[in-house]
Design a protein around this ligand. Structure first.
Ligand SMILES: C[S@@+](CC[C@H](N)C(=O)[O-])C[C@H]1O[C@@H](n2cnc3c(N)ncnc32)[C@H](O)[C@@H]1O
Length: 359
């Protein structure tokens, strides 16, 4: 006979936190603890407890109680939530199924390369999180987060993953190994790419976005008619001609790999309905969340860098001003298009769900 024995060590330390309220202090302490800024060790040890547990439910509950998830930010209407921390850890800490996932993971291309921006030579390194890895390490990284994301998708849900040749073949490989079914590989052809200063090969002007569904056999949602209308009543192809990010999208600061809202708006319109939930596990400045909320979808974003989480929070706060909300909608061509049709030919399905995150 085997019994599960839970050993709970009790560690305790008092710390001082500067904050404007007890709630803020609690959130700040959780965030510092999660990002390993505060590490309790044997010098903080005060007690130990042993329990034999037969019931799996009890085990889950006791674990949840030990480690409640506290969002870094939640909009007052609960449609936009941010978690600060490592998605490999946080995705394991809650149970919720999303309709759609968009992920823009590290491409592992920060190896000291250079490019031209506004006429100046600049280094293209993005940050520590994007430093080059071996093919084996990239494969392990992609297998792990794509596996965690599959558990977070509804059975009819879909995932979009962006990348360049540095990571996209590994992503495609992992998706297939994990049981996803690849639906399309969209080529985002940038209408205004930066020049190639070496003049030794073609200018890089594309990124790829793989669209896959969770299950081989379970049908997914595709807003085919809307995509066709947007494309002048012709079937939309898998080559999307969209510009790179515009200056108005950087009103809250600049993320080194920020995606344009036009790209995310098309993805969300194509694969989700109003009121549905979109997850972004590498959310950066939360372009996904802003596009989701501009289109009436719900959003959870995760990022390990506090400055990007702050940027996402500030971008969402901007939308609380109705003028800004309408201005941003009017700058995105596909949204402009549905606004011009409404309420005539094409109207999006309104399948409002009332689910909410468990935190
Ligand atoms: C390519 S960027 C995403 C940019 C985003 N699409 C935008 O529009 O701003 C990848 C992000 O993943 C974050 N990141 C990398 N590893 C992570 C991890 N293990 N957990 C959570 N975030 C991570 C980085 O901080 C970075 O902001």
């Amino acid at each position: 006979m085997q019994y599960q024995v839970t050993i709970t060590e009790i560690l305790k330390r008092n710390i001082l936190i500067d904050a404007i309220s007890p709630k803020e202090a609690e959130i700040a302490a959780w965030n510092r603890y999660r990002s390993c800024d505060i590490v309790l060790d044997y010098s903080d040890f005060i007690d130990v407890d042993l329990a034999v547990i037969n019931n799996q439910k009890e085990v889950e509950l006791s674990q949840q109680n030990l480690n409640p998830l506290i969002p870094y930010f939640k909009s007052t209407d609960r449609t936009f939530t941010l978690l600060h921390g490592d998605c490999f850890k946080l995705l394991r800490e809650f149970d919720f199924k999303f309709n759609c996932i968009f992920a823009d993971p590290p491409y592992f291309l920060s190896n000291g390369g250079i490019s031209i921006q506004s006429g100046k030579v600049v280094c293209v390194d993005k940050g520590e999180w994007d430093k080059g890895k071996s093919q084996q390490e990239i494969m392990e990284f992609n297998m792990e987060w794509l596996g965690l994301c599959r558990d977070k998708l509804k059975d009819n849900g879909t995932i979009w993953v962006s990348g360049t040749y540095h990571n996209i073949f590994s992503v495609a490989n992992c998706l297939t190994k994990l049981g996803y079914k690849i639906l399309n590989v969209v080529t985002w052809a940038k209408t205004n790419p930066p020049p190639n200063i070496s003049c030794r090969y073609f200018t890089y002007s594309t990124e790829f976005i793989i669209w896959a569904r969770k299950c081989e056999k379970k049908a997914h949602y595709f807003n085919y008619e809307l995509m066709k209308h947007i494309n002048g009543n012709k079937q939309m192809t898998d080559v999307w001609h969209l510009p790179a990010i515009a200056p108005w999208e950087k009103s809250c600061g600049k993320h080194p790999t920020q995606k344009p809202l036009a790209l995310l708006a098309r993805i969300i319109m194509a694969s989700t309905q109003q009121g549905e939930w979109v997850l972004d596990p590498f959310c950066g400045s939360s372009t996904t969340g802003i596009a989701a909320n501009l289109l009436g979808r719900h959003y959870l974003g995760i990022d390990q860098e506090i400055q990007y989480i702050e940027m996402g929070k500030n971008r969402r706060k901007e939308l609380e001003n109705p003028q800004t909300y309408h201005k941003y909608r009017s700058k995105i061509k596909d949204i402009q298009f549905i606004d011009s049709l409404y309420p005539t030919t094409v109207k999006e399905d309104t399948n409002i769900t009332y689910e909410d995150l468990p935190f």
